[in-house]
Design a protein around this ligand. Sequence first.
Ligand code: C2E
Ligand code: CA
Ligand code: CA
Ligand code: CA
Length: 277
Amino acid sequence: AKELGRNRSFHYVRELTDSIHSRMSLEQDLRSALEAHNFMLSYQPQFRVGESVPRRVEALLRWPHPVRGMISPHDFIPLAETSGMIVELGYWILRTACQQFLFWRQQGLMLDKISVNVSPIQISSSFASTVAEIIQHLDFDPRWLELEVTESLMMSGTTEVSQQVCELRAMGVDFAIDDFGTGYSSLSKIKSMPVTVLKIDQSFVRDINDDVNDYEIVRAIVLMAKSLGLTVVAEGVENKEQESTLHRLGCEWVQGYYYAMPMDGEAFYQRYFAELQ
Ligand code: C2E
Ligand code: CA
Ligand code: CA
Ligand code: CA
């Protein structure tokens, strides 16, 4: 038994150091990728239900790792957050997404808005002014930009956050609450949040036709949002049945694999330019 215990703790230490090593090397790789701007953005269109022409698009980060292949944002955004790298990375994402949007416009692909995900860690006292600097430098109309933030950030209600959000709202930048419904905020609190869009989390859309709770949650969100004059976007729509139900409940905007996977900027242009003529 003693022998077994020693072996066990040996294995435990091995596993622990392995995971620390892998975490450290991933952090090193992330740092190098940041210096080399070795990231990409994918773009996923958003449609008004029934239309084949996208009016809006969401930018999604991709990291093509030289050895590990494409790493999902789920696997490295947390590391970028704890290491603080998300701040610099976030500005790169914003600049790149805005440049892509401008490039599409120059080529004749006219969209209303591009939305960019923002981590709570990115919101500091210099956030609004740095965003302003980036878009002014590009000559990018602030009304084309929407920032997707989490429900908990909007709920936190700190003066820092609301000041940064208000500054950007005053410039014309919109805010969307991402993954709405997962953050336990009461629906009645939405009206005090300076947002224009609610994105219904894909976990509610997935079983909307099989789980009456999910159906009722979506129904309540759409009702409340509409009475407050907010736009509702359903995420993760994968089939026609989900689309029909969402439409019937009054949800006007949809995004998901049923319409398109996220794709690079060139593919997006090739696919939608002809449609927009
Ligand atoms: P999210 O913002 O909720 O993005 C939606 C995720 O769902 C994306 O995963 C997208 O590719 C995926 N998706 C789209 N349509 C469907 C569908 O029909 N079915 C299913 N099952 N999934 C669908 P992705 O690109 O892997 O991103 C994962 C998460 O990583 C994002 O969730 C977001 O929280 C974070 N993320 C991605 N890009 C960025 C970024 O630029 N900055 C920050 N801070 N976070 C990002
Ligand atoms: Ca998002
Ligand atoms: Ca989401
Ligand atoms: Ca999510």
